[in-house]
Design a protein around this ligand. Structure first.
Ligand SMILES: *Cc1c(COP(=O)(O)O)cnc(C)c1O
Length: 242
């Protein structure tokens, strides 16, 4: 490790410990086992060196939201980790996905959390098949009654989940959502829980609920989140634009 990396390592260690404390406390209050919750650290806008430090601190699940940034960064990360003897990470793609990028994302992501329309299913399946991989998929649900910021409306999410489950090379694992800006996250995540229940009724392995970010992870834990996607609380503020 270069000398400059030491303070960053300490900072990430402290922030990570703070988030693990919040998860432990939130689980305690919700009567849940922290073992049932996966922390996905969102590293968008931050360099591969931060991903490697987080890996050194025990993080194994990472989230990214842009195809080009994610593929380049994690190619570098995976190369460094395999040289060190173990490429044991799970990369979650969490960003809005264009259909012409879907096959590419299927070639390197392990989980795609942001599938919100039927048009994505076939290119994802083709991309995964071509790369001889299986892709875990979450259906992104919009909780604000609109689809402009990504996410399928709840009643479309059911049909979409069925389409994902029917596609070869894709494995439907559950749902993902972002709480609408300015809305009560408890209300939003309660609605997500209902959608998740409906889908799990037909697809028993689809038992993941990805909800909760830096600001609202406690609310997500109260409503059954199995995956939290946390960026800012661990890595600090992102630059507004690259
Ligand atoms: C950036 C992002 C996050 C992380 O948000 P923070 O507020 O930085 O914790 C979570 N989910 C999605 C979909 C994101 O784009």
């Amino acid at each position: 490790m270069t000398a400059g990396a030491q303070p960053r390592l300490e900072q990430l260690r402290d922030n990570l410990a703070g988030v693990h404390d919040r998860i432990a406390r939130g689980c305690g209050e919700a009567g849940r086992d922290p073992e049932d919750v996966t922390l996905v650290v969102v590293t968008k806008y931050f360099p591969a060196s931060d991903v490697l430090l987080l890996h050194q601190l025990g993080v194994r699940h990472f989230g990214e939201n842009r195809d080009q940034e994610a593929s380049e960064k994690f190619r570098e990360v995976r190369r460094a980790l395999s040289e060190a003897g173990g490429d044991d990470l799970t990369l979650h793609f969490i960003g809005q996905l264009q259909s012409n990028k879907a096959a590419h994302v299927a070639g390197y992501a392990d989980v795609v959390e942001s599938v919100d329309r039927a048009k994505l299913v076939s290119p994802l399946a083709k991309g995964a098949h071509a790369a001889e991989r299986r892709l875990e998929v979450l259906v992104q649900v919009s909780l604000d009654g609109a689809t402009s910021r990504g996410g399928a409306l709840p009643h479309d999410a059911d049909t979409l989940a069925d389409a994902v489950a029917a596609a070869g090379a894709l494995e439907l694992r559950g749902v993902m959502a972002v709480a609408p800006l300015g809305a009560d996250p408890d209300e939003a995540f309660a609605r997500l829980h209902d959608v998740a229940d409906g889908i799990r009724g037909r697809h028993p392995r689809a038992d993941w609920i990805s909800a909760g970010m830096s600001a609202d992870l406690e609310a997500a834990l109260r409503h059954g989140a199995t995956h939290l996607r946390v960026g800012t609380a661990i890595l600090g503020s992102r630059p507004s634009l690259l």
